[in-house]
Design a protein around this ligand. Structure first.
Ligand SMILES: Cc1ncc(C[n+]2csc(CCOP(=O)(O)OP(=O)(O)O)c2C)c(N)n1
Ligand SMILES: [Mg+2]
Length: 554
């Protein structure tokens, strides 16, 4: 009977999820396991400056590779990571969160050891993680193989983070090696339910005169793209993308009409809201994703297809998998063909640059034309998210914005993760000065691994998006102005930095950037502190109303 250590068993299974890199921070409760990572063929350790950034990096990595992994130490490490893991939970990102815990004997004897609250309790932090992970596994010599398989399968199928506690004295215990690979097949659909669902859906589509397809977040998390492409091709129905579904299907597609939220171009908004049949893939009607609840697809005519369920006119069809439901609907509509007109979004063009200060409206239009095919575009919470939503993007883009969880600083860690996951793809990050100040250290790890993304830093003297919502000139919106152009250089030499104030300077910087493609590029854009992209002006007012700071609004 072939045997394997528990640590190596876990690592072998992680590789089955497509994981080749593991992020995290060292601690004495995980050192033994880290040795196993270093010695395990086909896996690389990527140490991060702190656990929060490590969690963000494993989230970014998972969005590209399909799964990610993080290793932290008990208590201090795992709690630092919690914001990042909660974000992965909210946004359905499969991250395996492995925590090195004190030895089983230490726990059994309730010893007063470091990184505890000094109360002899060892489950406190795992209890906290129950709310932000799909499942938790506590490994011991007897249950390790079964529990590892259960947790990793759950992570993969539900597209949510899972928690694995690995005591120090367990990593090197030998167990029987796995006889077969993990079963990662998506669950089979209930045949009766899927039949009813498809019939119900097809009847609505066939009667409709103005059908529209909406693409959203889950269409990326569950690999729906090729099924959706077949559906679009077969039916000819036009489609719009929600913010979190941006660029999942190429924006050059001849059936694409634009990004839909309440602030989108009038024709997109009208088309969706007057539609008599909305076929929505992976819909998530959250506040930012709907432009402050201004997107209002008509629920009475909406057919929702999610990972494992469908919904039509508020009837929920459980136990139907996307990989069955989308092809079945495509097949059922074999004779259907959309005949109506399709209004394409306007193509944005680069303008002739002038010798005047850069404004956001000009910036987003200009910069869109510099983005190459196949780029990973990341936008930080703040004005950057709303600016990027206005951009038309070329084909084969992965667009990442944490629009539901919205934790500032996320994108610096996520950038590390995506660059490690796909070093051969161009990566571009747009982030604000306030957000950079949360997570700037991780630029160091990007430089350390010779990764070559481009960062556009929006230097607008503080928290502009918050100024738009409330207290525009209040001191809490200001931040210390750093020397951003010099900052990355303290982490290493292989970075090219530039600061631009005018349109002409930016265009020149973009030309210069092309000569420095072997380095990380860091371009600081100086902007006015009250300048915002068009999409944001209406949203700020809506947010202020919803928060009801002002008693008169109640
Ligand atoms: C961890 C965390 N803390 C606080 C906030 C609240 N918040 C949302 S946006 C924002 C300001 C972002 O400022 P900046 O990155 O400079 O972007 P700008 O809007 O100026 O472009 C803050 C503080 C948050 N979303 N996440
Ligand atoms: Mg700012």
């Amino acid at each position: 009977m072939p045997t394997i250590t528990i640590g190596d068993y876990l690592l072998t299974r992680l590789k089955e999820l497509g994981i080749q890199h593991i992020f995290g921070v060292v601690g004495d409760y995980n050192l033994g396991f880290l040795d196993q990572i270093i010695n395990h063929a086909g896996l690389e350790w990527i140490g991060t400056c702190n656990e929060l950034n490590g969690a963000y990096a494993s989230d970014g990595y998972a969005r590209i590779k399909g799964a990610g992994a993080l290793v932290t130490t008990f208590g201090v490490g795992e709690l630092s990571a919690m914001n990042g893991i909660a974000g992965a939970y909210a946004e359905s990102v499969p991250v395996v969160n492995i925590v090195g815990t004190p030895a089983t004997t230490t726990q059994k004897d309730k010893m007063l050891v470091h990184h505890t609250l000094g109360d002899g309790q060892f489950m406190t932090f795992a209890e906290m993680y129950k709310k932000v992970t799909q499942t938790q596994a506590f490994l011991n010599a007897e249950n390790a193989a079964e529990e590892i398989d259960r947790a990793l399968t759950s992570c993969w199928l539900y597209k949510k983070p899972v928690y694995i506690a690995l005591p120090t004295d367990i990593s090197y215990v030998s167990i029987e090696a796995a006889k077969k690979p993990l079963n990662l097949n998506y669950p089979a659909s209930d045949p009766e339910t899927i039949k009813k669902f498809i019939e119900h859906a097809a009847q609505i589509v066939e009667k409709a005169t103005r059908p529209i397809v909406l693409i959203d977040l889950e269409a990326q998390r569950f690999p729906m793209q090729s099924f959706i492409n077949d559906f679009l091709q077969r039916t000819g129905i036009p489609f719009a993308a929600m913010g979190m579904g941006k660029a999942i299907i190429n924006e050059s597609h001849h059936q694409f009409i634009g990004v839909y939220n309440g602030f989108s171009r009038q024709n997109v908004q009208k088309y969706v809201e007057q539609s008599d049949c909305v076929i929505a893939f992976g819909l998530l009607l959250s506040d930012f994703n709907t432009g402050g609840f201004t997107s209002k697809p008509n629920a009475d005519v909406t057919i929702e297809i999610h990972g494992y369920f469908g919904r039509i006119q508020q009837v929920i069809y459980k136990k139907i998998s996307f990989c069955d439901s989308i092809p079945a609907l495509t097949k059922r509509l074999a004779k259907y063909q959309y005949q109506g007109e399709i209004v394409h979004p306007l193509k944005q063009k680069a303008n002739t640059p002038r010798d005047i200060p850069i404004r956001q409206q000009w910036f987003w239009q200009q910069i869109a034309s510099s983005i190459e095919k196949n780029t990973i575009v990341i936008a930080e919470t703040g004005t950057s998210t709303f600016g990027t939503l206005q951009m038309s993007l070329p084909d084969e883009i992965t667009y990442i914005a944490q629009m539901l969880w919205g934790s500032i600083g996320y994108t610096v860690g996520a950038l590390l993760g995506v660059c490690v996951a796909a070093a051969q793809r161009p990566a571009v990050l747009f982030l604000g000065d306030g957000s950079l100040q949360v997570a700037a250290q991780e630029i160091s790890t990007i430089i350390r691994h010779h990764l070559t993304p481009t960062l556009f830093l929006l230097d607008n003297a503080g928290y502009t998006i918050e100024r738009i919502i409330h207290g525009a000139t209040m001191p809490y919106q200001d931040i210390q102005h750093w020397n951003y152009t010099e900052l990355p250089k303290i982490f290493g030499n292989t970075v090219w930095c530039m600061r631009v104030k005018t349109e002409k300077e930016l265009v020149n910087a973009l030309i210069e950037r092309n000569k420095n493609k072997d380095k990380m590029v860091f371009i600081t854009i100086v902007l006015d502190k009250m300048d915002i992209p068009e999409t944001l002006s209406k949203l700020g007012k809506l947010m202020a109303q919803r928060n009801q700071y002002d008693s008169k609004q109640r």
